[in-house]
Design a protein around this ligand. Structure first.
Ligand SMILES: [Zn+2]
Ligand SMILES: [Zn+2]
Ligand SMILES: [Zn+2]
Length: 553
């Protein structure tokens, strides 16, 4: 099929026509599958808007981050899941034009052979320093300028295939190969060569090096997602360097016009080359990217302003306090939720409706739960309300009201999802800004913690938060030991816990026992104490030196 014919077909189906030929073929293929396995409302999943798609995926517990994976990727996943829901009934959905796709579900002897072969190649290419070819072993051909999402996808495909958990019994250099893979991913996805792994044990927790060139970089324009006013225009009195913090996702700002709070994940961004909106992810800040709009071919980066040291120091202290407070409130919310779930009676929709009607008649709900009618305050006595309810039988009005309620709920869900995404981005950015060390991972949300595990090849299944932190600490220590020869000498004396003033919370005494245990786990320490004070003593002893380091065996 010619490119023009392909584009015509896509256009007829209302699909995007951007991308390489292989992408277009794949998109058509996904559409065809979507026709076989439709959504419950009878639509093809390809017709979903971004927000709807995210919601459908989230409802099924599937990854739904459009900033990490492409829309096609997510659609394919959703349609797969629809297929399973429909019992995979409709047969013959294998299209002749099916393209690419990494090997899912590898099991059995042949696949072990494949995995060992790939691991050998990874090792060889990694030792030769050919990271481009290494990371291109799975998925599309990639290089340093590939979008972060693509690099991550290739990385995850390979990681799944050659993970030492699966391979070490068949290939005795499996761990080494995996480390090469991690190194390649870090090298290609990080802005400037030496990735954190190469610079040794992060001597000073000074945050990532900020020095990089501004060649081909722009101060891109950022707009309020609610009122579309431009953020930080020349006359707004915002310091230039605030742009760094906005784009790294470290800070959120209030719109000067409508006062809505937003950050780089929720904001609208415009391409400096073609002025069209594009999707931005904080991981792109130190990279060269293209905006993805059909006619815009160039690459660009994001301007990095020098930041006065006192501002940076102040921000670091502020961020640490903020994230500690956020961690505590997450925990409190979780506890409340668990209590509520224990207490909540099983409540049917019918019961809920009856209750709402009773509350309405008593004037405790402002609008009629059936039709949405809002009686004027003066007439809201229980007799007239009862009369309204008795006469409220117009099915069409009820349906309209139901729809309005559902739309409002959907809008609220979408808004919450965007805010959650911004919160997650800020959490990650703050942790990175504070040095990005394993020891300070206790600050991370569960979602970010799981992502770090994924990146480091730590298996998350069946582990609680503290176990994950301990596993990450152990993985980092192992890596430090295998990476640098000189560290081997001191290995007998016990593995460094990396405990520093920076890696600890600003006020240990404000933390409860659970939180302190998380802090210990992140440092690879297994506390013996059973009260906060005892655990704090242990941490202090570990930091200021002691004869018996309290380490995980
Ligand atoms: Zn605004
Ligand atoms: Zn552009
Ligand atoms: Zn009514």
């Amino acid at each position: 099929m010619s490119l023009a014919a392909l584009k015509k077909q896509l256009k007829e189906r209302g699909l995007s026509q951007t991308g390489e030929k292989a992408d277009l073929l794949r998109r058509l293929d996904i559409y065809a599958k979507g026709e076989l396995h439709k959504l419950s409302d009878g639509r093809n999943a390809c017709a979903l808007k971004a927000g709807e798609l995210r919601k459908e995926l989230a409802q099924r517990g599937l990854p739904c981050d459009l900033s990490i994976e492409s829309r096609d990727e997510l659609l394919a996943r959703l349609i797969d899941s629809l297929k399973q829901e429909n019992g995979g009934s409709a047969g013959g959905d294998k299209q002749s034009g099916e393209v690419g796709g990494g090997g899912d579900g590898v099991d059995g002897g042949d696949d072990d052979m494949l995995a060992v072969d790939v691991a050998r190649q990874v090792l060889m290419l990694g030792q030769g320093g050919d990271y481009d070819s290494l990371l291109s072993l799975a998925g599309a051909r990639v290089s340093r300028s590939s979008p972060f999402a693509q690099l991550r996808k290739n990385y995850l495909n390979l990681a799944r295939l050659i993970h030492p958990d699966k391979l070490s019994s068949k290939f005795n250099e499996a761990t080494k190969a995996f480390q090469e893979l991690v190194r390649a991913f870090e090298a290609l996805s990080s802005p400037e060569p030496p990735p954190a792994a190469e610079t040794g044990k992060r001597a000073k927790a000074q945050g990532p090096a900020l020095a990089r060139s501004n060649a081909n970089c722009f101060r891109t324009r950022v707009f309020c997602p609610r009122c579309s006013a431009e953020w930080a225009t020349a006359d707004a009195g915002v310091e230039k360097y605030e742009y760094n913090f906005m784009m790294q996702g470290i800070k959120t700002f209030c719109c000067a016009r409508c006062l809505c709070e937003f950050g780089c994940v929720t904001a609208t961004h415009r391409c400096p080359l073609c002025s069209k909106p594009f999707e931005y992810h904080p991981n792109d800040y130190h990279r060269m990217v293209s905006c993805g709009n059909a006619k815009c071919k160039g690459e660009f980066g994001f301007w990095l302003y020098p930041v006065p040291p006192r501002v940076e120091k102040g921000l670091r202290d502020e961020l640490k306090k903020q994230q500690e407070a956020a961690m505590k409130s997450r925990e409190a919310a979780m506890a409340r939720l668990q209590r509520a779930q224990r207490k909540a009676p099983s409540w049917s929709a019918e019961q809920a409706k009856k209750q709402a009607e009773k509350l309405f008649v008593r004037g405790l709900i402002d609008s009629c739960p059936r039709c949405g009618f809002e009686p004027p305050r003066s007439e809201a006595d229980s007799d007239s309300l009862k009369m309204h309810l008795d006469g409220c039988t117009d099915a069409r009005k009820h349906e309209l009201h139901r729809r309005a309620v559902r739309d409002a709920e959907e809008a609220a869900t979408k808004k919450r999802a965007r805010e959650d995404a911004q919160g997650e981005a800020k959490n990650l950015a703050a942790w990175q800004f504070l040095g990005g060390s394993t020891e300070s991972m206790w600050l991370l949300t569960d979602t970010q913690l799981a992502k770090q595990c994924e990146l480091r090849g730590v298996n998350v299944e069946g582990k609680d938060r503290d176990e994950l932190l301990a596993a990450l600490a152990a993985a980092t220590n192992r890596k430090a030991l295998t990476d640098g020869g000189q560290t081997g000498a001191s290995a007998g004396a016990g593995v460094s816990t990396g405990l520093t003033v920076d890696s600890l919370p600003s006020n240990l005494h404000s933390m409860n026992l659970r939180q302190l245990k998380s802090v210990c786990a992140a440092h690879g320490i297994k506390p013996k104490g059973t009260t906060p004070d005892e655990v704090i003593k242990e941490l202090e002893r570990a930091m200021y030196g002691s004869s018996e380091p309290l380490l995980l065996e």
